[in-house]
Structures are given as structure tokens and as C-alpha cells.
Design a binder for this molecule. Sequence first.
Ligand code: ATP
Ligand code: MG
Length: 782
Amino acid sequence: RGPSRDELLEGLNEPQRAAVMHDGAPLLVVAGAGSGKTRVLTRRIAWLISERRAHPGSILAITFTNKAAAEMKERVEELVGKRARIMWVSTFHSACVRILRKESDKLGYKSNFSIYDAADQKRLMTLVCNDLDLDPKRFQPGAMLHWVSNQKNELRDPDDAAKDARNNLEETYAAVYATYQRRLREANALDFDDLIMGTVHLLQTYPEVRETYRRRFRHVLVDEYQDTNHAQYALIHQLCADNPEETGDAERVEAAELMVVGDADQSIYAFRGANIRNILDFEQDFPNATSILLEQNYRSTQTILNAANAVIGHNKGRKEKRLWSDAGDGERIVGYVADDERDEARFVSEEIDRLTDKGELRPGDMAVFYRTNAQSRVFEEVFIRTGQPYKVVGGVRFYERREVRDALAYLRMLVNPADQVSLRRILNTPKRGIGDRAVACVQALADRDRTTFWEALRRADEAPGLATRSLTQIQAFVAMVEELQSMVDAGERADVVLESVLARSGYLTWLEESDDPQDETRLENLAELVAVAREFAEDPLAGPSADPTDVEAGIVAPGLGDFLERVALVADTDQLPDDDPDDQGVVTLMTLHTAKGLEFPAVFLTGLEDGVFPHSRALGDQTELEEERRLAYVGVTRARSRLYISRAVVRSAWGAPSHNPGSRFLDELPVDLVDWRRTEAAQTQWGRPDLASGSAARLGAPTAAGRRNFSAAAVRADAAARAKPARAIPSLEPGDRVLHDSFGMGTVVALEGVDEKTVASIDFGSEGVKRLLLRYAPVEKL
Ligand code: ATP
Ligand code: MG
């Protein structure tokens, strides 16, 4: 017995219901943030299964992250029961991997191919530079990878790139692309972009394969459609559009029913090839399309929406839409102009304390957003000091830690010995006397006989010039790997293989015997990895992309290959804390990009300075500036009831303090929405006329309310202590004792520069020696 119609439509407004019940032609749901697009998409899946009797296996739903996929699957399961488990709800990448595992032979890959992430790609690109004798200063791996990625997102192969090269530089890039692809192929590896491009290529080249998947997927649903790139668009097109010009021997299958939902104002991944035209041109691309507009927002207060509408309204050439909410005006937005980034972090921390002390919110209800990953550091420092538990999403992730990467490299090499990048990574880790010379000898053998590096290792006795001692070590290594491989071939569980790897390779002993305290943490991380593998081995179905038919067919097993795949596809936002209602949770720190699709009762939007956000790169470029503005719109609309905006007058980037004017996005906010707790003008009153010029005007004159609040709130003890009236630059000499607001007591070691430019080096003991610009530093001579 399934849910009733009423249950399926409950909690939906009229246009939302229409979208859920829509039948037939391609459907586009365009709507601003928080208007229930994701909810509608989820509900529609349940509707298809329950009311339209669609087989769950005929549904393909695409989300932006694995976590979003898992949530969506869970929701649908709640509604229609366990049979929903068979649906494919996943990211583009996961869906493509699953198709490619079955069909990779057609592309000349073995089905045990490795998936290279950014770090693997960089290593491989460095090898490519060597191959081609390129000057690594002129041809930086990062820049070349970016270029290659763009080509792939546009579905252009190395030949296309070579044909269109207009100058020497582009010819070199095309050659790099070709060599990089050859190297990937030799390693039986695909990078992330290849997953999509390869699948499109497969469907375009093999009509019978395309028809197989068209027959299988009768319903395709895509969330966050505004951030699809050309390759992803082409993939959808293959499955869902009638392409009369494509004739083949295979019998034509009717196109799948398509639903996409998105918001052009939230397109924020152009730098990764996302194409806003995909959503804008949907009605042209799918001529009989229907579109539905949602306008009521259920996430935020009207105040927050007014702010969001006002900011995004400054973008040109967009379809005007007015979001409204009946949640009431709610609280005003709180603004704060900090002296520096430390002061900003302190403000955020105090505000979090206040909200939790009052019992109004739990730490897990709050998120701090910033433009770039590096900005998390100062928040972390302050939170550690105040004992505020937090979690950083992005940054150095678990799976990027050295020891975790080493362990995974072992596993990947066992599954796919052609995977050079992994093999070379662990060949001498831990150290086992196989040095660069030995590697060069083996590589020479591989080149001579045109075999893989692994084959050459196995035949190392034939390698010219290899020292006997190295040969013995290599043979021992090969014997160990082969023994481990036999476990994998026997279908041993992922966790069991992992534990054997760590023991047999000597990795654990190596860490255990080390006296580097960091190695203790490394051991803990490896234990965590074993636990992840165990969890997977015990329930390979738990997770976004598992499909019971695949398990029955032996395609998903608790074995190693599938575990590696799951790990390879973990995305940035997948490490968000799970929503446990009993849990107080922790404050989340994340970049604006990773915040897409999420919501929090309280949001702190920090670093609102021209040059930080909008990013300096975007300041002179209208197109990029509009993308930054969409990012601001995404940030503002994550907040449900409370929004804080802040900026720092002085920010130290790379050690050198810089004075950034307020973000132009602040000027775009209607003044009456914001309650400035502390403004630059206020600071000026406290004796900093030097800082007022130029940027004070940006904030407008402080409003009456702002001034009132200023006297109430700005005189917080620490603010008062720092912002002394008419503060002069303290005259210091080496040897003087000083007191700094955050670093504590210190001794002046050296002074450079004069007057406003005086920089003091001060030794703060355990905090280290800091170089401080005295004009801004909150130090006092004792
Ligand atoms: P975004 O553009 O940020 O991805 P969205 O359009 O996908 O947002 P949802 O996340 O689906 O919006 O919905 C926003 C919030 O509003 C969620 O908390 C959702 O549960 C709630 N919501 C959506 N529709 C309704 C409704 N008709 N009644 C009550 N709440 C709703
Ligand atoms: Mg959404």
C-alpha cells in the first residue's frame, strides 16, 4: 500500500503541485532560492513511482552532491518504501561511473579503471611536462589542467584542440592535452571530466548503447540545472531529446521524460565550465517544453529576501522575478565593520555565543561563509581559543590527507596495477630502499619494451643497470603486492584488504615507531579509514549510488573496487554534519560555493570587501562581477531567520596587511534593512580619521538606528579597549614590553619604517614573533 494522492501533494502550493503532477513534455521549473525546487523534484519522484506506476529502476535523478543524493533518496523512501532504493539518484559523476564500469571496454578501458582526482591529475601533468620537456615555470600544471578541463567540458578531444590551435602556445597546449590523455589511458585512469565526456562519447558513438539507456531511464530529473556544463547538457540531450537526425540501425526509443529545476541567478560555477545558457535556452533546446515559475519562498524572512532581491537586481539581462515570503519581516540584518579579520572573527564568535546562550539556536544551526578557503584559518583560531566546536567544509579534507592518500594509492594499485600515479606514490613509502635511480632503471625497461611500469617491476631482473640490492627490494615489493592482489581477486572485503595492506606494507610500523607527534594523528586517520571501509563492506547499499540490481548482478560488491569508487566520488559538501535532532551540532565554516542548496537558521556572511568578495579578479570584469553577485545572492538566501554581514577594514593576506574598501554589494543593500552595530564612521569617532576617507561614504551616513545601536553595542568591553579615542601610534623601542589584545604580552624585537608605516616585530612567546603594522595593531606600551 503506497501513500495516498493527498499525502504526496501535502505541503505544496498550486504551482508546486502542477510540477509534481506534470505529465509528458519536458518540464522546466525556474524559481528563486528557497522556493521549493528541490522539494518539488523529490516529491515528483515519489509521485512517478506511486501514482504513475513508474518502475523505480527507470528513474535517474541528478543532484549536485552525493549528500544531496542520499537525502533525496531517503525522502523518497520515506514516502514510497524500500523499493525506491533501486532508483539512480546521484551526481553526474557517479551516474557516469556506473555506466562506464559496464561499458568501458567500448572506450578501450578496462572496467577496473582508476578515477584521478585533482592531486593525481597534478602529478600526472608534471610527468607530461617532463615528457615534453616543458619549462614548468612557463607551463604550470594547474593552468594547463584548467585548460584541458575546459576542452573536455566542451567535448573537444586533443585532435579538435590541435586543429583549432591558432598559435604556438595553443599548439603546445594541444600537445600537452594529447600526451596527458595518452598517459591517462596507459594508466587505465579517467579524470573527473573524462567521466562525463567519455559517457557522452559512448552514447553518441554507439546507438545501441544509447538506446539501452534510453529504454532504461524513462524519467530524468536534474536539480541545480543552472550549473550544468556543455558536456552534461549533451548527456541529458542524448537521453531525453528526440534527435531525428541521428539514425542508426538500433531501434529508436522514445525520449525519456525530463524535468529540470534551477535558478539562473544561482549559477556560480562558470569557472568550471557551467553554462548559464543551458537553463536560459531550455525552451529552445526542448521545443515543446513547459515551464513553471515558483515565486513563494518558504525559507527566509521577507527582510532577507528583500536584501537578496536588491543585490541580484543589479545584474543585467536577467529575468526579473520577485521572491516573497509570508514568514514576516523578522529580524533586521546585522552589520559589523571590524578593525581587522581577527576582530571580525571575534564578533562572529561572540554573536554565536549570545544566540546559543539565549537558547535561541544550537551551534549546528549556524554557518559562517567566506569567499576563499584561506579565510577559515582566523575563524578556526578564534573558535579554538573560545572552545567553540566547529567544522570546516572544504579545505584539507580527510581524503586529501597524506596517509589517507597513501593507503588509497595502495588499494588503487592493487585493483588497477596500470595506475602509475598510485604505484609510484607508494613504491618507496614507507622507505624500502627503492630510490630514484632504481625507478629510472625500471622506467627505462618499461619504455624499451613498451610495457607498463608494473610489468617492468615484475621483470626488474632484466632492467639494465639496476643494483642488486634494489633488485632484491623490488622483488620483495612485487611479492607483497601479488599476495595482496590475490586477496582482492578472491573478493575479500575492502576493510580486510586495507588492514592487510597497512600491516604488510610496513606502513603501520613506520608510523608507530615515529616520534613525530603528527604521526599519532595519522594513525587515527587510518583507523578512521578502516572504519569507513568496514561500514561499506557491511552495507554496500547504504549510500547514494547503490543499486540492488547491481548487487544481484555482482556489479556492486562489498569488495575493494566499489569501495574505492565510493571514496573517489566524495565531494566537498559531502562532509556536512548529519542532521541529528538530539545533537547540538557544531558551527559550520564553508565557502560560499559549497553552500549552494543548503539552508541554516543563522548565517554569517563575512569578508564583504572589494577585492575579497567580490574577488579581486572580478573587479574590472563585468561578467565575473555578475557571477560574484550571484554568489552573494546564494549566500544571503541560505539564511532562514538571521543574517549577519561583516567586513574588516584591514585584512592581512599573505602576511601583509591591506586596507580594503567595503564590498560594493553592501552599497546595493537597502539601508533600512541593516542594523549596523559598528560602522566605520563609528570608528572614526573613536579617533581613526585616517581610515574614514574614501570608504566611509560606502556605508552611507550611519542611520539613526545605527547610531543608537552603536552606542549600545559598540561599547562592548573589547571594542572599547581597542578603539581608544585619538589613539596615536605608540612610540616603541626594541626591548619595550607591550600588551596586545589577542596575543598577550610581548617584547619588541625590531622596528622598521617611520610614522604610519612603522612595523614592529614583537616576540609573543608561545604565540611566536609577529610583524605588526603599529598603525592598526591593538598594542599598548607597558
Ligand atoms: P535553493 O534554490 O536554495 O536550492 P529550493 O528552491 O531548492 O532552494 P527547497 O530547498 O526545496 O528550495 O525549499 C526551501 C525550504 O522551504 C525547505 O525547508 C523546504 O522544506 C521548504 N518548503 C518548500 N516548499 C514548501 C511549502 N509548499 N510549504 C512549506 N514549506 C516548503
Ligand atoms: Mg534546491
